[in-house]
Write a protein that binds this ligand. Structure first.
Ligand SMILES: Cc1cc2nc3c(=O)[nH]c(=O)nc-3n(C[C@H](O)[C@H](O)[C@H](O)COP(=O)(O)OP(=O)(O)OC[C@H]3O[C@@H](n4cnc5c(N)ncnc54)[C@H](O)[C@@H]3O)c2cc1C
Length: 395
């Protein structure tokens, strides 16, 4: 064996998996080509922040992160049945912040820094072929071969590991595209994230340090392409108009992203000595900041199960270990997927009763304190999944 475990993919989910395992004493190989430039940001919820702090990553993130003290939902659908504006404050559930927003490039740099401190062996090249057999997994690289007991597929939406394990997916594309850009603005955001719900999808402004925010604007694909092609001045003015000049004059920064939206879930999260984490396992649209938070919970759960198997001298890629992982992740992923899908579809629909139900639900959330607080707690710390790292304990 080259190592006990190989993590294939050096995005945030793969890096957290590798760091958690190595910190628990598991001999881990990271197969990770240099990641592409990513100008997106991630709203990390409290559990993810705790996990990063527990693994010694958060200290390097903090100077680049902005707290999310409040979240405001504004119904901007201009429809007959509209929802009231709803404000969620973290202090209502005894927290200073629901989490923090950070640019992915800073998050990934902090994770790589920690991986280097832990001396995780890294091959900075992609896996080109993966094959598992009853005794182990063989990973073919450009000019070498690795042999491990367990391969962790953290290789994103078009996962080679998932294909090698013969795992299919359920995938549905939405008629929507997310345009992402970061910007500076005149007035302070007061640590409040604002989500305008429009008939084409949400426009979300999430705080960054200083008078800056990240923007995710969900639109129909043609409109998204038109906005992406605008000059900086025109795009700044367009976002300011869509945000009703909430923070005054806006100036977009270099680096735009265009992401067609889809929901996709692997039929199984592990099979044949290969376990999937992050977007290799599930993709959800960027509504309610759930995608990577789910991915980090995958990494934390798998790390816990593998570390325990190792302490008990159990084969790390055995069917029992893989089945436990699949079982423990199913409810969390499914419940988030359904909630996001319902919210998104209720925005897109022209069907009046559905718009009414959406408005009524938000009205109840606004008026009924215990319901609002339960929703906030579930958002930050889901009942279905509380792995040890998210509670501040090592795996
Ligand atoms: C617009 C937008 C906004 C978002 N905002 C949020 C948010 O606020 N909060 C949140 O929680 N989530 C958010 N998400 C979701 C989040 O960005 C993703 O969940 C996250 O990036 C997925 O991380 P990952 O590590 O699973 O995959 P990726 O980041 O895709 O990483 C996969 C890695 O695998 C590597 N790879 C691929 N093939 C191979 C191979 N054969 N060998 C080796 N390596 C390979 C790639 O190079 C890449 O580095 C957002 C998504 C979008 C589109």
């Amino acid at each position: 064996m080259t190592a006990e475990v190989a993590v294939v993919g050096g995005g945030p989910a793969g890096l957290m998996s590798a760091i958690a395992l190595k910190a628990a004493g598991v001999d881990t190989l990271l197969i990770a080509p240099q990641p592409d430039d990513d100008h997106r940001t991630t709203a990390l919820l409290a559990g993810s922040v705790t996990a990063l702090a527990t693994l010694g990553v958060w200290q390097a993130c903090l100077p680049h992160a902005a707290p999310l003290a409040s979240i405001r939902l504004v119904d901007d659908t201009r429809r007959l049945l509209r929802a009231p504006e709803v404000m969620f404050a973290a202090t209502e559930i005894g927290l200073d912040a629901f989490g923090y927003n950070i640019e992915n490039r800073h998050l990934i740099a902090a994770l790589y820094e920690r991986a280097a401190q832990l001396k995780i062996s890294r091959v900075a090249a992609p896996a080109v072929a993966i094959a598992s057999d009853p005794a182990g997994v063989t990973i073919t690289l450009a000019d070498s071969v690795a042999r491990v007991r367990l391969a962790i597929g953290a290789d994103g939406q078009r996962s080679l590991c998932r294909a090698a394990a013969g795992i299919g997916t359920d995938r549905r594309a939405y008629p929507q595209t997310a345009l992402t850009v970061n910007l500076a603005h005149e007035r302070p955001h007061q640590d409040t994230a604002t989500e305008f719900h429009t008939g084409s999808g949400p426009l979300t402004l999430v705080p960054l340090p200083g008078r800056r925010s990240s923007v995710v604007c969900v639109l129909d694909p043609k409109r998204a392409a038109a906005l992406a092609a605008m000059t900086d001045a025109d795009l700044s003015a367009e976002i300011e108009r869509r945000a009703h000049s909430l923070f005054g004059k806006m100036n977009v920064e270099p680096g735009r992203g265009v992401f067609p939206l889809a929901v996709e879930t692997a039929h199984s999260f592990a099979r044949g000595r290969i376990a999937l984490v992050g977007e290799a396992a599930h993709v959800v649209p960027p509504i309610g900041a759930q995608g990577l938070n789910l991915g980090f919970r995958d990494a934390a759960t798998l790390g816990e199960i593998v570390a325990e198997a190792r302490r008990n001298s159990v084969d790390l890629g055995s069917p029992g270990v893989l089945a436990r992982y699949d079982n423990q992740r199913r409810a969390d992923v499914t419940s988030r997927k359904i909630a996001i899908d319902l919210l998104n579809r209720s925005l897109l629909t022209d069907f009046l009763p559905v718009q009414g139900i959406r408005g009524l639900s938000l009205f109840l959330v606004d008026r009924i304190g215990p319901l609002r607080r339960a929703l906030m707690r579930e958002g930050v710390m889901p009942a279905a999944s509380q792995p040890r790292l998210m509670r501040g304990e090592m795996v």
